[in-house]
Design a protein around this ligand. Structure first.
Ligand code: NDP
Ligand code: MG
Length: 389
C-alpha cells in the first residue's frame, strides 16, 4: 500500500489527485491532507480516505476543525512532520497555490520518496533550495505542470546538449479571439475554455503570464538556457510541448486536456500495476485542426517580459511572481482593471527598488518569504497611487 501526502487537497490539483486515488483505494493510504480554509470539503475527504493527519493553515478554521474532530490529528502548520509521518511516504504532491507553498514543499521533501510538484511558484522562487533538499534526502522529483511533465517525459533520459528547441503551448485563454475590454470582470477572465483551475492560475492564463512563469519553471527544472524556449498558441490545448532535437527528430507530446494524466503518471511511474485514468481515443478531428500560431505580443503584452528575464537565477524571479500575485489579487478584488495587470507589472519591474534583485541569489527560505511580503506590500501601495492619478 502506497503512503500518500497531498499538500493543498481542497484545490483543483488536490481534488483531481484524490479522484485518481479513489478509483484504486485499496492500493493507497492517505497519510496527510491540507487546506487553508475549506474545512467543509476536507471533512468529506477525511471521511472518504480515512486520513489521520490534517493541516489547516487558516487560524480560525484550524480551531473550529480541531474542536469538531477529536479522532483526527489536526495541525496548524507543517512544522510537526515527525509526529504526522513515521518513516517516509511513497508519494507527495505539492499543490498549494502561490509562494505560500514553498515552505511546505521544502519541508515535505525529507518525508517522501517521491515528490510531484504542481506549485510552479515554489519552483520559480525556490528551485535552488528544493534541489538541495532533493539531493540531501534522495527524493525523486517529477514535474506535473502539464507542459513540464510532457517535456520531462521525452527528455529526462537525453543529454540536454542534444536539444535544439523546446516549444511550450499556450491555449490563449478566454480572450484569444475576443476583444479584451477595460471592464472585463473577474468571472469572465477566470472562465478558461479548456481547463478548470484555481482562480489565480486562471487569471495568469488569461493574461498569458502563466507562460512566462512556465518558461522560467522549465529553464530551472531542465537547466536549459532561455533562448532555447519559445511559445506557440494552440487553442485546443491538445499538444503540450514540442521538442526539436539536434538529430532532426521532433517529438510532439499531446494528451487530453486533463491534469489527471500527468498526475496519475507521476503516481504510477515504476509500478507494475498501473491503474491509469481513462483517456479518449486519438481524436483525428483535433489532429487535423491543430492550428498552432505565434503569440500576438500586442494583445498579450506580458510576453514582452521575457526580455527582462535572464539565465541567472536570482531573487528577481520571486519579485516577478510577487508583483503579479498582488496585481491579480487586486484585479480579483475589483481594485484594478484587467489591462492594468499587464501594464503595471512591466512598469513596476523596472523600478530600481525591484530590479536590483536581479543581482542577488536566493540564500534561504526566510529571505524569499520576506521578499515576497515586501514586494506585495510595495506593489499594493504603488499600484494604488498610480490608480489615483
Ligand atoms: P487552487 O486555488 O484550486 O487550490 C490551492 C490549494 O492550496 C487549496 O487546497 C487551498 O486551500 C490551498 N491554499 C491556498 N492558500 C494557502 C495558504 N496560504 N496556505 C496553505 N494552503 C493554501 O489551486 P490549483 O489547484 O489550481 O493550483 C495549485 C498549484 O498548482 C498552483 O501553484 C498552480 O499554479 C499549479 N498548477 C495548477 C494547474 C491546474 O490545472 N489547476 C495546472 C498546473 C499547475 P483552500 O481550499 O482552503 O483555499
Ligand atoms: Mg501548465
Amino acid at each position: 500500500m502506497k503512503k500518500i501526502i497531498i499538500l493543498g487537497s481542497t484545490g483543483s490539483i488536490g481534488k483531481q489527485t484524490l479522484e485518481i486515488l479513489k478509483r484504486d483505494k485499496k492500493n493507497f493510504k492517505v497519510i496527510l491532507l491540507s487546506t487553508d480554509k475549506n474545512i467543509k470539503l476536507i471533512k468529506k475527504q477525511i471521511k472518504i480516505f480515512k486520513a489521520k493527519n490534517i493541516v489547516v493553515t487558516n487560524k480560525e478554521k484550524y480551531k473550529i476543525l480541531k474542536k469538531k474532530l477529536k479522532k483526527v490529528n489536526i495541525f496548524p502548520d507543517f512544522t510537526n512532520l515527525d509526529k504526522m509521518i513515521k518513516g517516509k511516504a511513497d508519494y507527495a504532491i505539492s499543490a498549494i497555490s502561490g509562494v505560500k507553498g514553498l515552505r511546505p514543499t521544502i519541508n515535505i521533501i525529507k518525508k517522501t520518496k517521491r515528490i510531484a510538484i504542481a506549485n510552479k511558484e515554489s519552483i520559480i522562487c525556490g528551485w535552488e533550495l528544493i534541489q538541495k533538499e532533493l539531493k540531501k534526502h534522495k527524493t525523486e522529483f517529477i514535474p506535473v505542470d502539464s507542459e513540464h511533465f510532457s517535456i520531462w517525459s521525452v527528455i529526462h533520459n537525453y543529454d540536454k546538449s542534444e536539444i535544439e528547441k523546446i516549444f511550450l503551448t499556450a491555449s490563449g485563454g478566454p480572450f484569444l479571439n475576443k476583444k479584451i475590454k477595460k471592464k472585463t470582470k473577474p468571472k469572465d477572465a477566470i472562465n478558461h475554455p479548456n481547463w478548470e483551475m484555481g482562480k489565480k492560475i486562471s487569471i495568469d492564463s488569461a493574461t498569458l503570464m502563466n507562460k512566462i512563469f512556465e518558461i522560467i519553471e522549465a529553464k530551472k527544472i531542465f537547466d536549459i538556457e532561455l533562448n532555447k524556449f519559445d511559445i506557440l498558441v494552440h487553442p485546443k490545448s491538445y499538444i503540450h510541448a514540442i521538442v526539436k532535437f539536434k538529430n532532426g527528430l521532433i517529438k510532439i507530446i499531446a494528451h487530453d486536456t486533463d491534469m489527471k494524466i500527468p498526475i496519475s503518471n507521476s503516481i504510477y511511474l515504476g509500478d507494475s500495476n498501473k491503474n491509469y485514468v481513462r483517456t479518449k481515443k486519438i481524436d483525428l478531428k483535433i489532429l487535423n485542426s491543430l492550428r498552432l500560431q505565434k503569440v500576438n505580443y500586442k494583445k498579450f503584452p506580458v510576453i514582452g517580459l521575457l526580455k527582462k528575464i535572464s539565465n541567472n537565477n536570482s531573487l528577481f524571479d520571486t519579485v516577478l511572481v510577487s508583483v503579479n500575485d498582488e496585481l491579480v489579487s487586486q484585479f480579483l478584488e475589483n481594485k484594478i482593471n484587467f489591462l492594468d495587470i499587464s501594464s503595471k507589472i512591466s512598469l513596476l519591474l523596472d523600478l530600481p527598488l525591484f530590479s536590483k534583485f536581479k543581482h542577488q541569489k536566493p540564500k534561504n527560505l526566510a529571505q524569499i518569504e520576506k521578499l515576497n511580503e515586501f514586494v506585495r506590500l510595495k506593489t499594493r501601495s504603488l499600484s494604488v497611487i498610480s490608480q489615483k492619478k
